[in-house]
Design a protein. Structure first.
Length: 129
């Protein structure tokens, strides 16, 4: 079964990795940060605005393969300060209706750009689409 790699419209186009990899019914979404399509940081210094951008990026990534947030089976969220936990939870609450995916939350010293306050990667099961 061949692996399909995508850099969907509406997402920043990286040079050294793919935003989305599909292998059969499994879809792997690369860690999403608060980048807009031009690579600019959205919500600099504002964790809620960044969380919204990140979740919208994940929605765009999944839409490219016919999926939605409802198809996510696993998410890993990286935050640079534990105090961001509640704000990220509120953003997730606005985007997810049940059943919720398995999740891991990690507090990290930093991310690829010091303006990024969080990053989320995801694995989805998009059967037969």
């Amino acid at each position: 079964m061949p692996k399909e790699t995508l850099n969907p419209e509406g997402l920043f186009k990286p040079e050294r990795y793919s935003q989305v990899v599909r292998f059969g019914d499994l879809v792997f979404v690369a860690g999403q940060t608060a980048q807009d399509v031009g690579g600019n940081v959205v919500g600099k210094g504002d964790i809620e605005a960044q969380a919204e951008q990140v979740l919208q990026n994940i929605e765009r990534a999944l839409a490219a393969v016919g999926g939605t947030l409802e198809d996510i089976v696993m998410m890993r969220t990286y935050i640079t300060d534990l105090s961001y936990r509640d704000a990220v939870g509120r953003a997730r609450g606005r985007h997810f209706r049940g059943p919720l995916p398995a999740s891991t939350l990690l507090v990290v010293k930093g991310l690829a750009n010091p303006d990024y306050l969080l990053e989320i990667d995801a694995v989805a099961a998009v059967e037969g689409r």
